[in-house]
Design a protein around this ligand. Structure first.
Ligand code: HEC
Length: 198
């Protein structure tokens, strides 16, 4: 299956000054995959560690506060450590800051279509885009909903009432309830500047 796509910004006008590259070599794809996966895992591991610690120490309500206050800090920290911009994004987001841009939407659709068709998620997806004027590879790692996630992303009617109201108070436009185990939850996006890949 094709795992990469070339996207030009802003249509024809920009297409003409876009580089000729339309396809990644297998070698490049493997390099992007390796560095992208490493940064994505760093983010996921740190978030999970913080989440588990908060759940063990206090109530889920306290854990929500930790998630809400710490998720962005952890993301910034991973960006500093790896030199790659990272973001969690999804169509059904809790925090509007995590709303997808149009390239992310395209990647989300790729995974959604795959899981609807085959019942399983491809391991990753790569795009070539211009980000702030710099040619960049975007590596996407899909996320699945696990039992643990349902504590805060499950069916509202089955969830703890105080927890639901706490989340609704913090996120007035929340779309991230109603997930079920095994659902496609979204992606981690890692931006790797093209000049870092030989
Ligand atoms: C203790 C409650 C809690 C649990 C458990 C939890 N989350 Fe979240 N999740 C949140 C909160 C709060 C946010 C919003 C964070 C922010 O403001 O950036 C969030 C945001 C997210 C986002 C970013 C996109 C968005 O919706 O804003 C993803 C992706 C995500 N969670 C996936 C998961 C997955 C996968 C699990 C299970 C492994 C999980 N969450 C478990 C509370 C939780």
């Amino acid at each position: 299956m094709k795992r990469f796509i070339f996207l030009s910004l802003g249509g024809i006008a920009l297409l003409s000054c876009a580089p000729q590259q339309t396809k990644l070599t297998l070698e490049k794809e493997n390099q992007i995959k390796q560095v992208g996966e490493e940064s994505a895992m760093k983010l996921l591991k740190s978030l999970r560690a913080e989440l588990m610690q908060a759940l063990q120490k206090g109530s889920p309500e306290q854990a929500v506060e930790v998630c809400s206050k710490r998720a962005m800090d952890i993301t910034t920290q991973i960006e500093r450590e790896t030199g790659h911009k990272v973001k969690r994004t999804t169509f059904k987001y809790r925090n509007p800051n995590n709303r997808p841009d149009r390239y992310e939407e395209e990647a989300l659709r790729y995974f959604e279509e795959a899981i609807n068709k085959d019942g399983k998620l491809p391991g990753y997806y790569i795009q070539t885009v211009k980000e702030d004027g710099t040619l960049t590879y975007r590596y996407y790692k899909p996320l699945k909903v696990e039992g643990l996630c349902l504590t805060c992303h499950g069916d509202k009617n089955l969830m703890d009432k105080n927890l639901v109201s706490k989340i609704e108070k913090l996120y007035s436009t929340d779309k991230a309830f109603g997930y079920r185990e095994g659902d496609f939850r979204g992606v981690v996006r890692v931006s790797v500047p093209a000049d870092k890949i030989k």
